[in-house]
Design a binder for this molecule. Structure first.
Ligand SMILES: Cc1ncc(COP(=O)(O)O)c(C=O)c1O
Length: 381
């Protein structure tokens, strides 16, 4: 047996990778599974997006390696998307880097900036990939608390009390996953000031700002944010293109350049047709967001009913693709709670604990399930 690298001891297989195997097995055994776990949109991209890919397949250079920085029209489309939707001006040549999903960006940013032993501020609860990637590159996760009573926003006094000398990167994400907390421009201003004071690279992970949210915000709206900040954005949820793997990194030009240095050594450009489809998607206007949100709104009402039927208390202020709910009084283990529902009712819900210790006592429902299925789930109780 060839021994694996020591870094593999620092991570587990991604929760969904192993849990969904179990869920698929239950479905294969004939269980009528309703999967409310992962946030993978079941709705279709617009027809214009699909047509753009089909047409692109006939282009002469469609099957060649593509530029490491993406097609100029894709980068321009990303710049226009930021101008039109967030009122943020970005230089498409120096301040934007297309990615194959924002998840890979987390690894590229970490490889570009972290040495072994560097510290990384990570929200608890938060997206698990920040922690696993930090571990994989030999850096040290330092968790900062997000709590219900502070509306899932960081406590700056507590942050200042930490030993920040070795902190190189701080991950944030508003609208926040898993809770759905919106954040605010005021919060972003404070975070930029904090990052500047302590010479920390601040990265906002922003894939959910158009889902059930009437005020999409970008960290880059803060004056001077580009001095210390990057933002990840994604077409996965906004345009129902999770499987396409298209995201983007935006902000500080020197940092983008450093990330390109890593990324250009790892892949050889994004498939041409996908870039053409993505360019088309980015042109979508308010009617697209409104039509998606009409559907998500109805699903959210039903999902809240389901959560309440389970005795949970819904975080009503939440936006984005999930419903975050607190377990009934007296129930202490989110994982036991979701397992009993999975085995007894064939409904899969995500336990809050996979997002960190502060997720204990909470569960997360994805809004990627058709209304009839949510109604069926309600009827099972
Ligand atoms: C907070 C957060 N960041 C990043 C991602 C990854 O998105 P992408 O599909 O762009 O890689 C997800 C996906 O679920 C997410 O929830």
């Amino acid at each position: 047996m060839i021994t694996t690298a020591k870094r593999l001891n620092t991570v587990e297989e991604y929760y969904f990778s192993s849990k969904l195997r179990e869920v698929r097995q239950l479905a294969a055994e004939g269980k009528p599974i309703i999967n409310m776990g992962i946030g993978s949109p079941d709705l279709q991209p617009s027809q214009a997006v699909v047509d753009a890919v089909v047409v692109a397949m006939q282009d002469e250079n469609a099957h060649q390696y593509q530029s490491y920085q993406g097609l100029p029209e894709l980068r321009q489309g990303m710049a226009d998307f930021y101008t039109n939707n967030y009122q943020v001006a970005l230089n498409p040549v120096t301040e934007i880097l297309p990615l194959m999903g924002s998840k890979e960006g987390i690894m590229h940013i970490s490889l570009a900036f972290l040495n072994e032993g560097d510290h990384v501020l990570i929200p608890n609860p938060g997206y698990p990939t920040y922690t696993s990637v930090t571990n994989l590159v030999g850096a040290v996760p330092v968790f900062y608390d997000l709590k219900e009573d502070t509306n899932w926003e960081p406590d700056f006094e507590a942050l200042e009390r930490l030993d920040l000398a070795k902190v190189k990167i701080m991950w944030i994400g508003y609208p926040h996953m898993p809770t759905g907390a919106r954040g605010s421009l005021e919060l972003f201003k404070k975070l930029v000031a904090f990052a500047k004071k302590h010479h920390i690279l601040l990265v906002n992970d922003n894939p959910y700002s158009f889902v059930l949210n009437d005020n999409p915000m970008s960290l880059l709206q803060v004056a001077g944010a580009k001095d210390v900040a990057l933002e990840l954005n994604s077409l996965s949820k906004t345009f129902n293109m999770a499987g396409w793997r298209v995201g983007m990194l935006l902000g500080n030009a020197a940092c983008i350049d450093a990330v390109l240095k890593v990324k250009s050594n790892m892949d050889s450009g994004m498939f041409y047709g996908i870039q053409k489809g993505a360019t088309e998607a980015l042109k979508s206007d308010k009617t697209w967001f409104d039509s998606m949100n009409e559907i998500y709104k109805r699903r959210r009402v039903l999902t809240e009913q389901l959560a309440e039927k389970l005795g949970c208390k819904v975080y009503k202020e939440g936006v984005g693709l999930f419903v975050w709910a607190k377990l009934p009084e007296g129930i202490t283990s989110s994982e036991d709670f979701i397992d009993s529902i999975l085995y007894e009712k064939s409904i899969f819900i995500t336990p809050g604990t996979i997002f960190g210790s502060n997720g204990e006592g909470f569960i997360r429902f994805a809004l990627c399930v058709k209304e009839e299925k949510v109604q069926e789930a309600i009827a099972r109780f």
